[in-house]
Each structure stands twice: as C-alpha cells, then as structure tokens.
Design a protein around this ligand. Structure first.
Ligand code: ADP
Ligand code: MG
Length: 253
C-alpha cells in the first residue's frame, strides 16, 4: 500500500496542525472559607493554551479570574483538578519543585506594577535574577544579565529610562518596566492580571500592543485577564468565567 501524501497547502481550519497543548487546567475547583462555610469560586474549570497563543479571560469582578491565574501560575493550589505543563502534572509537586517551575516557566504582570521604589529600572528588571542566583553566580554573570536587561528594556521602549526610579515614570512606563521584569528570566508563559486596569484607554492599548508584539515576535504564550471587552477581543481566543466555569466567547478566525 502506498503512503498517503499530506498536501502542502491545507485550507480548511480543521486540517491545520495545531501545536500540542503547552499549559492546561483540568477540572479545577477552588473554594474559600468564609466564616463557617466554604464559598465555591471555581467549579470545574477547563482551559488549554498552546504555545504562542494569546488568550484573554473576562468575567465579572469576583468571578475568580485572579484565582484561576494564581492556580495556573502555581501561586496557589486547587482543591480539585490538575494543572499540566507539557502534559505533566505540576500542581501536586513538592513546594520546592513548584517554586522552581514557577520561576522558570511563568512571568507575572499585575494591575499595580509592584516595582521596588528604591531601585532604578535596570535594578528592578534585574531583581528576579538577583533573587534566583547566588551572589557569586550573579556576580560572575552580571555583564550578561545587564545586557539582557538592557535589551528587554529596549524592547519595551524604555531605553531612555534605565536609571530612573519608578516614581519618576508614568503609569504606562511603570507597566512596561513590570513587563520587562517579568521577561528577564525568559519565561515560557506570561500571566497578566488586568495589566491595563490602572491605565487610561490609550495607554492601556499601548500595553496591549506591546503584549501582542511579544506574542507575535517571540511566540510568547500569554494568558491575560481583563474586564475590558475591547481589549479581550483582540486576543486569539476570549473566554469568560461565569458561575465558576469557562465559556468560550470568541475565537479568531
Ligand atoms: P476576580 O479576579 O475575578 O475579581 P478573584 O479571583 O479575586 O476574582 O476572587 C473570586 C472570589 O474569591 C471573590 O469572592 C473573592 O472575595 C474570593 N477570594 C479570592 N481570594 C481569596 C482569599 N485568599 N481568601 C478568601 N476569599 C478569596
Ligand atoms: Mg482579579
């Protein structure tokens, strides 16, 4: 029997070969204790990201968006369900292993930039590497790390602000710096929780444009929470958290 030839050009969407799942949350449940009873927040959440996808999560305030991001990024553990990275379960590993995976795999960006006020931008961006390496190892590699930080700060448009402190920057610049810091350890997945929540619409769109550029140029996988439907719909896929479950809102054609 002759082998079937795979056509070079595939036109229908069904026949496009997708990359394998990179990160999945499977049947995640999470409840918080309130007084004497448990309040369920996530009631069976399933979501999968493939490498290079940009997915946005919308949902009302209190619907559990941040909770889900924290569980996926190993900042917290689910009551039920699993988090898988490249097909391997990661949520039930020993704490030290989870710390190592969190630092290596995930970059985090939050609504309030959480920059350290007494450090300048270069130092803020370098801070994850200072924390990760021993003093000796950091010192040996400091030139390489400084070059990397400069390159990333250039990528986010802040080359002219290397020695400025956060208090000398605009909100948009602070978020750019926070994004640069999240990228310095070369994460595989960026988790962004309302990254434009504290910015005016124009500045917020600049931050979204930057995230899209990083996604396009570096195939950085991005999972972004936003309450803004105009921002959400620019993603490859938009899902909504509603009553503790995920609904598909929109998938780009
Ligand atoms: P969202 O990000 O969608 O606004 P959150 O994930 O922050 O929602 O919160 C979902 C629900 O869980 C809210 O009712 C919130 O009060 C509750 N919650 C979140 N974190 C905790 C916590 N650490 N302890 C108790 N309740 C929490
Ligand atoms: Mg939130």
């Amino acid at each position: 029997m002759t082998a079937t030839l795979v056509p070079q050009m595939q036109t229908s969407r069904e026949s496009i070969v997708l990359p394998p799942p990179q990160l999945s949350a499977v049947a995640i449940e999470k409840a918080y204790r309130k007084g004497s009873h448990q309040v369920p927040v996530l009631r069976g959440v399933d979501i999968t990201l493939r490498k290079g996808e940009l997915v946005s999560i919308i949902g009302q305030s209190g619907s559990g968006k941040s909770t889900l991001l924290h569980l996926i990024g190993l900042l917290d553990t689910p009551d039920v369900g699993e988090v898988l990275l490249d097909g391997q379960r990661i949520d039930d590993l020993p704490a030290r292993t989870r710390d190592e995976i969190r630092n290596r795999v995930f970059g985090f960006v939050f609504q309030f930039y959480h920059l350290l006020p007494e450090l300048n931008l270069m130092e803020n961006v370098l801070s994850p590497l200072m924390i990760r390496h021993s003093v000796w190892s950091y010192w040996q590699r400091r030139r390489e790390f400084q070059d990397r930080a400069k390159e990333i700060l250039q990528k986010v448009g802040l080359s002219h602000r290397l020695t400025h402190r956060p208090s000398e920057l605009s909100g948009g610049e602070m978020q750019r710096a926070a994004i640069a810091r999240s990228l310095v350890a070369r994460p595989d997945v960026l988790l962004a929780d309302e990254p434009t929540g504290n910015l005016d619409a124009g500045t917020g769109q600049e931050i979204i444009d930057l995230l899209h550029k990083l996604n396009d140029q570096e195939q950085l996988t991005i999972l972004m929470v936003t309450h803004d439907p105009l921002i959400a719909e620019q993603a490859h896929r938009t899902v909504k958290l509603c009553e503790g479950r995920i609904q598909l809102v929109k998938e780009a054609a």
